[in-house]
Ligand binder design. Structure first.
Ligand code: SAH
Ligand code: SF4
Length: 402
């Protein structure tokens, strides 16, 4: 496992200001004799203003601003690097947190076309690293670092807003997707707080339909979301419809098998009336055969669902590459034939490693060559056993079933 956290780095004990909702801010202000309207003013300054500290908000009395800067961090993430790809249409930011952890966010610009308005979609992280350990994912290889604080999730969004404001074309953030580093449903309390802030008209004010949370299949988390009612679009990373193969590709399948995941997702769709978006990363010769397409069609037939096929982004240290486009198209046609809506997602920012986690993995340093070779051999052996239908006897990843 590669180190995500620099143990020498200090962690600032102050919490992030953006992690406080209006009630919490009002309570803090009331304790200091400040009127409640200051909370709205602060939210405005955080989400719409150029200030980089409370002291820079000219409408705040200076003793109050100083007290705020003493108690809270104005932003909990720094932009350590910004890498552009696709002619500037994809911007990948590497953020450093106060304890030295690194996380990533990716801002993707989609120009207006054929009656559709331009979109500006931000992909954010919910954890530093990830415990699930999907072997085709750079974040999975990093291992788990820690959960992000609510403010650390939100400050990735504020960073993107600052960059959007600097553009001359009036671009606005239209979508936020939790598809960066980490498993959002294993940090669900903070993710829900962050979503509430994104929804709140006094903060970002983004409609629930414009927010997507993607999970690798944490069944208790999906059930909790179903009980809460629709807050956002739920995306489920499937990658295989057969348990033996999914045990290898999404190791938490050893805890919550695919049928249970789809059952929970189906109940979510039924309760909320919102269709589930299933993600399926296409890996050449591994999960892209006719048998896989049939298994997937059987699993989802008649469901309120949509399948997104994603050609695997090249990541280091795996024996695999993306399926060829004709293979993906054939797979898509089989699903369509079974009445399942399907789209093929164009990869963004391949040259900068837009599969989240890659930039952070590169910064974490290259593991020793023999370790990489052993990992590749292990994955080849595991996937060929799986393709013969053998279930994995490996344990459920640590930290998944809390
Ligand atoms: N942990 C959550 C959300 C983050 S990953 C989840 O797994 O759903 C977001 C999506 O990117 C997931 O569907 C994930 O499987 C996919 N992904 C990860 N690495 C990839 C790669 N190398 N190529 C294509 N998709 C990848
Ligand atoms: Fe974690 Fe998602 Fe990557 Fe799997 S694909 S390791 S769940 S971030």
């Amino acid at each position: 496992m590669l180190p995500v956290i620099d143990p020498k780095a200090s962690r600032d004990p102050r919490s992030g200001l953006s992690g406080l909702d209006r009630r919490a801010l009002e309570a803090w202000l009331a304790d200091r004799g400040a009127p409640g309207f200051r909370a709205r003013q602060l939210h405005d300054a955080l989400w719409r203003g150029p200030a980089a500290s409370a002291t820079e908000v000219t409408t705040l009395p200076s003793p109050l601003a100083a007290a705020l800067d003493d108690a809270f961090r104005w932003s909990t993430v720094t932009e350590e690097a910004l890498v552009l790809a696709d002619g500037g249409q994809t911007e990948k930011a590497l953020h450093r947190l106060s304890d030295g952890s690194t996380i990533e966010s990716v801002l993707m610009h989609y120009p207006a076309r054929a009656g559709r308005r331009a979109r500006h979609t931000l992909c954010i992280s919910s954890q530093a690293g990830c415990a699930v350990g999907c072997p085709f994912c750079a974040t999975g290889e990093l291992g788990f670092g820690r959960d992000l604080e609510t403010a650390e999730i939100l400050d990735q969004v504020r960073g993107a807003l600052t960059r959007l404001r600097a553009r001359e074309d009036g671009a606005r953030l239209t979508n936020v997707v939790f598809m960066g580093m980490g498993e959002p449903l294993l940090n669900l309390d903070r993710v829900l707080e962050a979503v509430e802030a994104l929804n709140d008209p006094g903060r970002l004010g983004l409609g629930a339909r414009h927010i997507t949370v993607s999970t690798s299949g944490v069944v208790p988390g999906i059930r909790r979301l179903t009980a809460l009612g629709p807050q956002f679009t739920l995306a489920v990373s499937l990658h295989a419809a057969r348990d033996a193969l999914r045990d290898v590709l999404v190791p938490l399948n050893r805890r919550w098998p695919v049928a249970e995941v789809v059952e929970a997702a189906r109940a979510h769709a039924a309760a909320t009336g919102r269709r589930i978006s299933y993600e399926y990363t296409m890996i050449g010769g591994v999960n892209d055969t006719d048998v896989d397409a049939e298994a997937l069609a059987t699993l989802l037939r008649g469901d309120l669902a949509h399948v997104n096929l994603i050609p695997m982004n090249p990541v280091a240290h795996t024996p695999w590459t993306a399926s060829a486009m004709p293979v993906i198209e054939r797979f898509a046609a089989r699903l369509e034939g079974a009445g399942i809506p399907v789209t093929i997602r164009r990869n963004r920012g391949q040259e900068i490693g837009a599969a989240c986690g890659q930039l952070a993995a590169e910064r974490a340093g290259e593991p020793a060559a023999p370790a990489v070779a052993r990992r590749r051999e292990r994955l080849v052996a595991q996937s060929s056993r799986a393709l013969r239908g053998q279930r994995s006897e490996d344990p459920v990843p640590a930290g998944v079933d809390s």
